[in-house]
Design a binder for this molecule. Structure first.
Ligand code: FE2
Length: 143
């Protein structure tokens, strides 16, 4: 295995590990039992998602490496990048809404947070699919 392969593999492993960590944050967000709790979990989500998205979009990061190997994914990667922006905007808006809301609004706010979690899970599932496809392609090339 070349050094390039090793660094690609450790980056791919890191992406998958971050996806698992984010799923855990989403699980906690879905099960908040009080407004303060939901606010804290949303804040945690915003920070983790921003860091994770920045890493994926960074020069030489996950998206660049996918495109270097499989330029046919350009349109999907462009859509995923756009989605990063809209997910972060919506999460931040919801976090502010939660901090100003009444405790009695909890059920509605949790439903909105659940919808956001669904969107992020779908987003990450698309990324995982692309990642696995590119990794398999790599193995198939058998150098
Ligand atoms: Fe991701």
């Amino acid at each position: 295995m070349t050094r390039h392969d090793e660094s690609a593999r450790s980056r791919n492993d890191a992406v998958l590990a971050e996806h698992r960590a984010i799923r855990e944050i989403l699980r906690r967000m879905r099960t908040a039992t009080a407004r303060d709790d939901l606010g804290a979990r949303l804040a945690e989500f915003c920070t983790a998602a921003r860091d994770h998205f920045d890493g994926e979009e960074a020069e030489g990061g996950f998206y660049d490496s996918v495109l270097a190997q499989a330029p046919r994914h350009q349109a999907v990667i462009d859509a995923l990048r756009d989605e990063h922006g809209s997910l972060l905007r919506d999460a931040e808006r919801l976090r502010l809404e939660v901090s100003a809301a009444a405790e009695t609004d909890l059920a509605r706010l949790c439903a909105v947070a659940g919808g956001l979690a669904d969107r992020l899970e779908e987003h990450e599932a698309t990324e995982n699919e692309i990642l696995l496809e590119v990794m398999n392609q790599d193995l198939g090339a058998g150098d």
